[in-house]
Ligand binder design. Structure first.
Ligand code: DHB
Ligand code: MG
Length: 622
């Protein structure tokens, strides 16, 4: 198969789109007619620009409202097609993609449509061209790929073939099984798109929410298995209409598109790409710490019961630990692989524990993700990492590797002895720019075997924050992704101040949150204050004894229940740092306290408003 992508997927001008598509390594592209119509060169120049970048022009599309017309309207539609054939010959493509008609005058009937396509195919053939028919999910009469296939079959013309577009097929929940029996030479084009499951009309869903396979919830693997049965060998072309892609960076989107294409190919039975592995947990977190922030960090960590258990042999870095949780405070920023221009004390790396790191890297590499070797960042630890879209590093390690690394790199001053109720890490939360959100989702879901919760909206006083959680089956790995289209939400204020996406908070797990809160208070670690109204609402929602409600309020704790159990949360303020700590007590509960999030972000925005001007000082609380 050949990899292709439609120009409509990307932001920018036609030359920018063509460059991004070529640089990302695609074999070809679908030219959306609007991109040509708005291009300030000739069709010949556009075709040459595409060819010079080594790209095949797979098709010109879409040709609309063709089938089912009579008399003068039918003749006009055929004449219109001839004008597009002229363009195609100048552009250097032999395929016109025709989508099913939404014309109010279009008449029903598969045989009538087949006659129209026979005639169109004959006109195309005379000019050495072909046409391909797609059923739009909202087509007036034809909105099922089995009907468009029947039209193509009855048209019975070598220049008339079928388009399969996964979005239209899945959005109507059409049975897939007919796909396997379509002769491969009758399929001229396969368009691939994923999407989140949303209940809305087909057209709005398609035009705004499509995403790359691997980012959504459609059963792409089922489709690919049936396509494989046909032995189809033509272009596999992403066609994504997505509001975020339209505002994103075309290079980043095109690179993700190529990764998604490889992910689709890796679904084939004979793929050489290793299968995705589980993430068992987070082995360590690295904080690039400015020296003046170290005392406050050390104070918070010791109040939480972590101890400094070793020092780096050559760097200033300290290893803080409790049980399996390791936090490395590293004042040497070069080790952390930080992006230029970022100065705040911030989380710049974490280590993902897997069964077989070699296989995970092999999969990541074959899918086209960026891998950073230790030499690249001048590190002696010997661990390779994925480069996250924000420039931070996700090391991938297996257990054998980890103990060796600690001993080679760090002294062992004290054994990590549990000294309080904090037992380890619960989750990490990222605040992402809106266009990084889907990139991060693709990276983690493509490489690893993870579940994704449905996306939900948190109401921040300045707009909505979209939130989604990636997690493993056993609950030992949770990564929360947050992004917002509104400029002044908490998550976007973080992104702006920090100079990009990044880790917004670290959540540790306690077995006794009230005691953890008391220890933080004793150590003068300020906690996020929670308004009294929150506890009035808790009293109404849950059957909690007054003493328990008072205790929650006294310690600034959030509370929630689900079918599996209860959950309590508290938050520290970030002070000068880019991130803050959350401490949770999870008694069976599976979520991340989503019903409390609007109160939390509102309280954080309130703290932020009373903090000194972030432009003038780094003493912010975002
Ligand atoms: O939204 C549309 O009109 C449209 C156009 C062309 C396509 O291939 C498609 O799937 C949708
Ligand atoms: Mg399509």
């Amino acid at each position: 198969m050949k990899s292709s992508i439609a120009t409509v997927c990307l932001s920018g001008s036609l030359p920018e789109k063509v460059a991004a598509i070529a640089d990302a390594g695609f074999d070809g592209l679908e030219l959306f007619e609007n991109d040509l119509t708005a291009f300030d060169g000739t069709a010949i120049q556009a075709g040459r620009m595409i060819a010079e970048r080594g790209l095949e022009l797979v098709t010109l599309q879409p040709f609309r409202d063709f089938e089912g017309l009579e008399g003068r309207q039918r003749k006009q539609a055929l004449d219109r097609a001839e004008r597009k054939f002229d363009l195609m010959q100048e552009l250097g493509t032999d395929l016109l993609m025709v989508c099913s008609s939404v014309h109010p005058d279009a008449l029903p009937g598969l045989s009538r449509a087949a006659e129209d396509f026979h005639e169109l195919g004959e006109r195309a053939r005379r000019r050495g061209l072909r046409v391909a028919f797609e059923a739009l999910a909202w087509g007036r009469h034809i909105h099922d790929y089995r009907d468009s296939w029947e039209v193509v079959r009855r048209a019975d013309h070598p220049a008339v073939g079928l388009v399969l577009d996964t979005f239209h097929i899945f959005s109507r929940q059409t049975d897939l099984n007919t796909i396997g029996s379509i002769p491969s030479d009758r399929i001229f084009l396969v368009q691939t798109a994923d999407a989140p499951r949303l209940s809305m009309d087909h057209l709005s869903w398609s035009r705004h929410y499509r995403c790359f396979p691997g980012q959504g919830e459609l059963q792409m693997a089922d489709f690919m298995r049936l396509l494989e049965e046909t032995r189809y060998d033509g272009p596999l072309s992403h066609e994504i209409f997505n509001d975020v892609f339209r505002m994103g960076h075309s290079d980043q989107t095109a690179r993700d598109g190529q990764r998604s294409y490889r992910l689709l190919r890796a679904m084939a039975a004979d793929s050489a790409v290793p299968v995705p592995q589980d993430i068992d947990g987070i082995a360590f977190i690295e904080v690039a710490a400015e020296t003046e922030d170290l005392p406050a960090l050390r104070n918070t960590l010791s109040a939480l019961g972590l101890a400094c258990v070793g020092r780096h042999h050559t760097l200033e870095a300290e290893r803080w630990a409790i049980n399996d949780l390791n936090i490395v405070l590293n004042p040497d920023s070069s080790f952390a692989g930080r992006s230029p221009g970022r100065t705040a004390t911030a989380v710049t790396a974490f280590g993902l524990r897997v069964d077989n790191a070699y296989e995970a890297f092999k999969r990541a590499d074959l899918l086209g993700f960026d891998i950073v070797e230790p030499e690249d960042v001048g590190a002696t630890h010997g661990m390779s990492a994925l480069r996250n879209v924000d420039g931070s590093l996700a090391y991938i390690i297996d257990n054998s590797q980890l103990s060796r690394t600690w001993d080679r790199e760090f002294t062992r001053d004290v054994q990590p002895v549990p000294e309080g109720p904090v037992v380890g890490l619960d989750h990490i939360a990222l605040s992402l720019s809106y266009h990084d959100f889907l990139s991060v989702l693709l990276q983690y879901r493509a490489i690893f075997n993870l579940d994704t919760t449905p996306s939900f909206d948190v109401t921040d006083p300045r707009g909505l924050i979209q939130s989604q959680v990636l997690c493993n089956a056993s609950g030992t790995f949770r990564l929360a992704l947050n992004a917002s289209a509104s400029p002044d939400t908490l998550s976007n204020r973080f992104v702006r101040r920090y100079g990009g996406s990044g880790v917004h908070h670290l959540a540790l797990r306690s077995t006794d949150l009230a005691t953890s809160a008391a220890r933080l208070a004793e150590a003068d670690v300020p906690l996020l204050p929670i308004p009294g109204n929150y506890y009035r609402d808790l009293a109404a929602r849950f059957d909690l004894p007054p003493t328990q409600l008072d205790a929650l309020a006294d310690h600034h704790l959030f509370y929630d229940e689900d079918a599996d159990g209860t959950y309590q949360q508290l938050y520290t303020l970030s002070g000068r740092r880019a991130f803050f700590f959350e401490i949770v007590q999870r008694d069976g509960y599976q979520g991340l306290g989503a019903p409390n999030a609007f109160v939390r972000v509102t309280a954080q925005q309130r703290m932020d408003a009373t903090a000194p001007d972030p432009q003038a000082t780094t003493g912010d609380t975002a």
